[in-house]
Design a protein around this ligand. Sequence first.
Ligand code: UN1
Length: 512
Amino acid sequence: MATDTLTAPTIMGTASRPKVYKNFIDGEWVESSTGETFEDRNPADTRDVVAIFQKSGKADVDAAVDAAKRAFAKWRLVPAPRRAEMIYGAAELLIERKEEYARDMTREMGKVLKETRGDVQEAIDSAYYNAGEGRRMFGPTTPSELPNKFAMAVRTPIGVCGMITPWNFPMAIPSWKLLPALVCGNTCVIKPAQDTPLSTFNLVRSLADAGVPRGVINIVTGFGSAVGTPMTEHPDIRAISLTGSTEVGRIVGTSAAKSFKHCSLELGGKNPMIVLDDANLDLAIEGGLWGGFGTTGQRCTATSRIIVQKGVYGEFIERYVERAKRLKVGNGLDESTDMGPAINESQLNTDLKYVEIARSEGAKLKCGGNRLDKGDFQYGYFMEPTVFVDVDPKMRIAREEVFGPVVAIMACENLENAIEIANDIEYGLSSSLYTRDVNKAFSAIRDLEAGITYINAPTIGAEVHLPFGGVKATGNGHREGGIGAIDFYSEWKSVYVDYSDRLQKAQIDRPE
Ligand code: UN1
């Protein structure tokens, strides 16, 4: 029974030994076929091993897909409102467990507690939304062009869905994928990011405890090429959803296309916040700090470019930098911390590499730029909040995604010029404009090339019932969140019922 196995990992930890999690396949805990494991360490203190996970390979993916395929035969026939009740039940459990799961997440991922509570809350929101869909899932019922004939379209599940999820929202993003897939009647194989599997286990545990049967959700942990590649190539995975880098998205999209899988790609961003001369500067500064340094800048939606009109450019920089310098960096478990560490050493090195690139391009470093490795910081991947100013829109620091606490500020002449700069990159996820002029706000809403535009708010903070995703190299046209996710995880079946008792030929027999 799924519930028992999920609530009791096979090898329990002792005070000194971390828990060992096995793969979760067909409601059972299963060791990886490779016999190897890897450690999930706390990026704020790498002496702290949060848990140990299986380093899986193709055989584990095959076993998980087989289980999901078997489970699909029954799950697809469970009425959608009943499936929804289980998802609703998981939401209630997540509420009870919110604090525990937030703490687990801060330990494995580093972001501060108020943000990890938000991450669990986003999964709760997503559960309530998708539970509601169980009693909607509307399809068109429409008149037929022929007499005594009935026409409608219904949503049907696709089959086994594969999910490859990132570490920055380790519960929210799995929930965006798993929950709509489940309510539509699909079964799932999920590969969580190797830096943050525990939060996915916590989410799936809540779903299993709420009654989702064995085999309906399977977790295979491990590394990209060893687990992700067999997933994208598996003929029985009919839909694949990835949140990750544009580089990985290109590989997954190409591979998925070969077997005509549904494929949803949620990729990079270089999100601009525009501040016009008439903006409420206090609000813009506050928003820019939250958007730029929240989650240590590790959101696809992070405010990584700030484009400021020349009338307020000097004042904005002075006040923004002053505030950035005062942000408290530290362990996210300390409630007074504003910004946690980078997720791992490789990400920290990327962040520092971009500081060097920006400097060598001639951008002016106004604050930060250094690794923090003394005292309490010595065991973590900490870095100062970093601000570059006088950035030229052609510089790499203005165009490439860093995924760290590095903000590039640049000047613009007016709104038209700001939009030109904002749009002149390959990405198009989020965007924002600070102004008090409603005409300018609506022009920007129309002209910014992005899947999301905020007015008088930074580029982060999307809500789960609206479409989430971007244009250009940010994705392949699908949206997560809201009804878009239901569209992705279902197939349309058009149904015609002819009750005329004679052969009626569409397009040929035209009634008088
Ligand atoms: C991400 O940026 O990777 O909109 C996801 C937000 C969050 C989700 C972000 N609700 O900032």
